[in-house]
Design a protein around this ligand. Structure first.
Ligand SMILES: C[S@@+](CC[C@H](N)C(=O)[O-])C[C@H]1O[C@@H](n2cnc3c(N)ncnc32)[C@H](O)[C@@H]1O
Length: 323
């Protein structure tokens, strides 16, 4: 993108009061610069790193390394052997809310899972007994399955159904439900990619409505005292803070959890504690994240995997038992 569109300029004025901040935000989108590559170690890190590693941020988990510019981790033989998964550092930021969830965790359900970054992050940091990764778009299933297989994410199961079905069939069952929601993908521009129409109000409203439907269905899958993690890789408030406000009005049993390690990233666009990373922070292309807790007391429902396999397309990476 050579010149900022009026819609991008308008968005920058909504996001930042300060003129310099507006300008630098727009500049990072119209003249993108590369970000440091990043990896998540699925297996134990070798003592001597095969890569040149950047100084970690204070909140960065030990199983993440941000690498020097120019490193190509995807081409290293350890990648094929499943030692690590390559992801954007914005994904680490967004998923870092999960680091605050107390163990033990039985069941993690990832509603929007392909290609698998948040599923693998949750598996690594929470060590659940079972991870269920759902991807509704058939042609995205292959990459999800191959990533979970390559990284040996046991025990995990891949499913492919609309979120409505899970709300009906496995209500109040999961300790954690992750909603890394489909969005307008505005942050792709900061990576030099394309996201046609991503600032257009029609596209933003359509996306926000889909996000509200997914988060509402996902909330019903969360067990009492369980967690719901919502995140996007886009900047517009309609897809982020406004989804959170809408959600809390309709599901008052949920409250947003303060994430102390992300305090300096707290969004000033709402009173709900939620967090944003912007591309001008130079860590990643940008993300929005919030962690909700279901404050209801009560019994968690069991998920009978045998019964489910009759109705769902379950592709078992390993064979789970009842949760
Ligand atoms: C931001 S991506 C997920 C990235 C993934 N969580 C990761 O970390 O690798 C959003 C995903 O939501 C999926 N999706 C699209 N429409 C959906 C819907 N109606 N319900 C659930 N997921 C949907 C997309 O196919 C896409 O894979």
């Amino acid at each position: 993108m050579e010149k900022a569109s009026n819609l991008l300029l308008k968005l920058s004025r909504r996001l930042f009061n300060n003129l310099d901040e507006q300008e630098i935000f727009v500049e990072t989108l119209i003249h993108p610069k590369p970000f440091h590559p990043c990896i998540l170690w699925c297996k134990e890190k070798p003592k001597d790193s095969p890569f040149s590693v950047e100084t970690p941020t204070v909140w960065q988990p030990q199983f993440i390394d941000r690498l020097s510019l120019g490193e190509k981790p995807g081409q290293h033989p350890l990648h094929e052997q499943g030692y690590f998964y390559c992801l954007d550092f914005s994904s680490v930021f967004a998923a870092s809310t999960l680091l605050t969830i107390p163990s033990p965790v039985k069941l993690v359900f990832d509603m929007c899972a392909a290609p698998g970054g948040k599923s693998i992050f949750a598996w690594k940091c929470l060590q659940p007994e079972l991870l269920i990764s759902n991807e509704v778009i058939g042609k995205r299933l292959g990459m999800l399955i191959s990533n979970l297989k390559r990284c040996q994410i046991n025990s995990s199961v891949v499913v492919s159904k609309d979120s409505t079905l899970f709300a009906e069939r496995i209500p109040l069952s999961s300790h954690l439900v992750i909603v890394d929601a489909p969005c307008t993908g505005q942050s792709l521009l900061a990576k030099g990619g394309k996201a046609p129409g991503c600032f257009h109000p029609t596209a933003i409203n359509k996306s926000a409505n889909r996000q509200k439907r997914i988060i509402a269905n996902s909330a019903q899958v969360v067990a009492p005292q369980g967690y719901l993690s919502y995140m996007t890789c886009t900047y517009s408030p309609e897809e982020n803070e406004e989804v959170c406000e809408w959600f809390l009005e309709r599901f008052p049993q949920f409250k947003a959890v303060e994430i102390s390690h992300l305090q300096s990233y707290q969004s000033h666009l709402t009173s709900v504690p939620c967090y944003r990373m912007f591309p001008q922070d130079r860590l990643g292309a940008g993300a929005f994240t919030v962690l909700f807790k279901n404050t209801d007391e009560g019994e968690k429902n069991k998920v009978d995997m045998e019964a489910l396999s009759a109705v769902w397309m379950n592709i078992a990476i390993t064979s789970p038992t009842s949760q």
